[in-house]
Design a binder for this molecule. Structure first.
Ligand code: M6R
Length: 607
């Protein structure tokens, strides 16, 4: 989703801003631009498409100046064109703004501005802010931004510069993230930590409802209303190397390979024999004992992790659990009550749909536990308790290692609740604990079968439609496998419970239709095999994922991918990996942009 970079200091700003935007490319975008204070005015350069296009524009006409702001835009209002790219300026080009998020009342503001004679040059919601700040300016940029923001409704981050104050950047955060970087006699501003890492480790997260004012000498943070805020920068430990591909062709493959370590890391210090120690959660034993209802809310891959969670909480704890897409929860008038546990899952912790749902759940009295991968993310600020997944920075838009980590955290959470409720015996706890401890090794083994999985992928390269089936926990996993495949290979796919096929979708299965089936659940194995036979009878080409010691599977399917034997409860973790690799290799063989699939963004910061 959109990225922001700003710089003020002694160096040329354009190359620094451009490089910062490159570091944010992984978030997904479709145009880019920057504005530099050059002489007495503002020079804006922008281009639709990739940053390389902007770079080409700059190589012909590079603005010189030591203060600048830049942006990568993911189109919401108006198509990805040069004129809709940020920055946007007022009519005199004395103010320039970049903006992430959406101004919900922009149409009213635009009509009002047009009435006062303003001529708009873009279709964006952002442009209203440039004109508003310009109109409100009376010698104090902070005051002008404050007045403009007062008029705007929405979730956003806004950064403003003006030729009237050529050493000054002002930014405001309303939900969309902003981070300030502290250098020696220079200051940086970005929408994400990766953009700042090559310049500084000393950073400060700007919180919701705050304004920051930057000069080369430092930052002044206040509430938007102007109340002073006293906060010191902190040292961020992530290194630049972590944001590089580390020898793999794609971030996605690198991240798939990191999964054994990620699971080990996520478990580290949190489980000891039969005892789970989730010291991050602050709820009491009484809360756990009285718990009658669990809600899980999330989007995309995180939602699929939640589908696994539902079966854990219901199966292990016998607590009714609902999984609701975050964007649906808000409008479903949910029956969340005080005493309910609401688990919001989000890799980025920035997904606005999830943030809004989490807020609503809290307002209704639910206790909010966040499961997220990003320390200090917006979701962690909302939550009563945050459990971090420790997957490390995930660059590929297609989430892999964060998914398995989100699933693993839910095993820990279920065990923690079971421990407090005393509904799991010590023997159960021990068995569950040792099952978790086996997972990193199981993932290593599957990743070692990468070449074999790549060969199976060759059979899917030219497919038009692919169906994924499974039952119970296998159904949760195929939902994720199908999403992974479609988002990076652009092949249409659908996932469904194996028993549902014959109620309609079977009509689409003809000679050669690929069907991927996951078979790890003993309780439903035979029934799933029946579904396999039904599709085989219509000519389907079936790829089966099952345990290494399953000696029946070969009889029913055309290709077998084997995973190490684990307790069925844990199968979603190893079973997800061949599906990730399958999707990866199909997309690779189709020659696609795997890490940045078309139309998608790493974190979806608009509703
Ligand atoms: O950052 P989040 O976990 O909240 O993101 C939610 C979805 O946008 C995300 O999982 C998306 O579905 C991924 N592209 C899946 O690979």
């Amino acid at each position: 989703m959109c990225g922001i970079m700003g710089y003020v200091g002694p160096q040329q700003a354009a190359p620094i801003v451009l490089e910062g935007l490159r570091r944010l490319e992984y978030r997904g975008y479709d145009s880019a631009g920057l504005a530099i204070i050059e002489g007495n005015g503002i020079t804006v350069r922008k281009a639709a498409g990739k940053i390389a296009n902007l770079d080409a524009v700059l190589s012909n006409a590079n603005p010189e100046g030591t203060l600048g702001i830049g942006h990568t835009r993911w189109a919401t209002h108006g198509p990805p064109t040069d004129s809709n790219a940020h920055p946007h300026t007022n009519m005199q080009a004395t103010f320039a703004v970049v903006h992430n998020g959406i101004i919900e009342n922009f149409a009213d503001l635009k009509a009002e501005l047009e009435e006062s004679g303003v001529e708009f040059v873009s279709q964006t919601d952002t442009e209203v802010l440039a004109h508003l700040v310009g109109q409100y300016y009376d010698g104090d940029l902070r005051e002008a931004v404050r007045k403009a923001v007062d008029r705007a409704v929405g979730a956003y981050a806004l950064v403003v510069m003006t030729s009237h104050e050529p050493d000054h950047i002002v930014a405001v955060r309303m939900i969309s993230p902003l981070v300030v970087g502290f250098g020696e006699g220079e200051m940086f501003l970005a929408s994400g930590v990766p953009a700042l890492l090559e310049h500084t480790r000393s950073m400060m997260v700007i919180e919701d409802g705050e304004m920051v004012s930057l000069t080369a000498d430092g930052a002044v943070v206040t509430t938007i209303g102007g109340e002073p805020i006293d906060r010191s920068p902190v040292d961020v430990e992530w290194d630049v190397e972590a944001a590089e591909k580390g020898g793999f062709d794609h971030f996605m493959l690198k991240e798939i390979h990191e999964q054994p370590e990620v699971v080990a890391e996520t478990l580290m210090g949190r489980i000891d024999g039969d005892h789970v120690d989730l010291n991050e959660v602050g709820y009491t034993d009484e809360f756990a004992i009285d718990l009658r209802k669990i809600w899980i809310t999330a989007c995309g891959t995180a939602y699929h992790a939640g589908l696994v969670g539902k079966q854990l909480f219901e199966g292990l704890l016998r607590i009714p659990t609902e999984v609701v897409y975050a964007h649906e929860l808000r409008y479903s008038d949910p029956l969340i009550e005080p005493g309910d546990l609401v688990i919001a899952i989000s890799q980025s912790g920035e997904t606005v749909d999830t943030l809004v749902a989490a807020r609503l759940a809290k307002q209704l009295g639910g206790r909010l536990v966040a499961i997220t991968n990003v320390p200090g993310s917006a979701l962690s600020h909302e939550a009563d308790d945050t459990i971090y997944t420790r997957a490390g920075i995930e660059i590929s838009v297609a989430s892999t290692k964060a998914y398995v980590a989100m699933v693993v955290v839910q095993y820990l959470l279920a065990m923690d609740l079971g421990q407090r409720r005393k509904t799991l015996s010590a023997e159960d706890q021990r068995r569950l604990g040792s099952g978790l401890a086996q997972l990193p090794g199981a993932l290593e083994t599957i990743i070692g079968h990468d070449d074999a999985i790549a060969r199976v992928a060759e059979t899917l390269v030219d497919a038009q439609d692919i169906y994924f089936i499974g039952r119970g926990l296998d159904y949760a996993v195929v939902m994720e496998g199908s999403l992974k495949l479609k988002e990076i290979s652009y092949i249409h796919s659908e996932a469904m419970p194996a028993g549902e096929l014959k109620h309609g979708t079977l009509a689409l299965v003809t000679e050669g239709t690929p069907v991927v089936v996951v078979l790890t659940q003993e309780a439903t194995y035979d029934k799933t095999i029946s579904a396999v036979q039904e599709v085989k009878a219509r000519g389907a080409y079936v790829i089966g994922i099952g345990y290494e010691d399953d000696d029946q599977l070969d009889r029913y399917v055309d290709e077998v991918i084997r995973i190490p034997r684990v307790e069925d409860l844990y199968a979603p973790v190893p079973a997800a990996v061949p599906l990730q690799l399958l999707a990866y290799h199909v997309a690779r063989l189709r020659g696609l942009d795997i890490d940045q699939p078309r139309n998608l963004a790493k974190s979806v910061t608009v509703e």
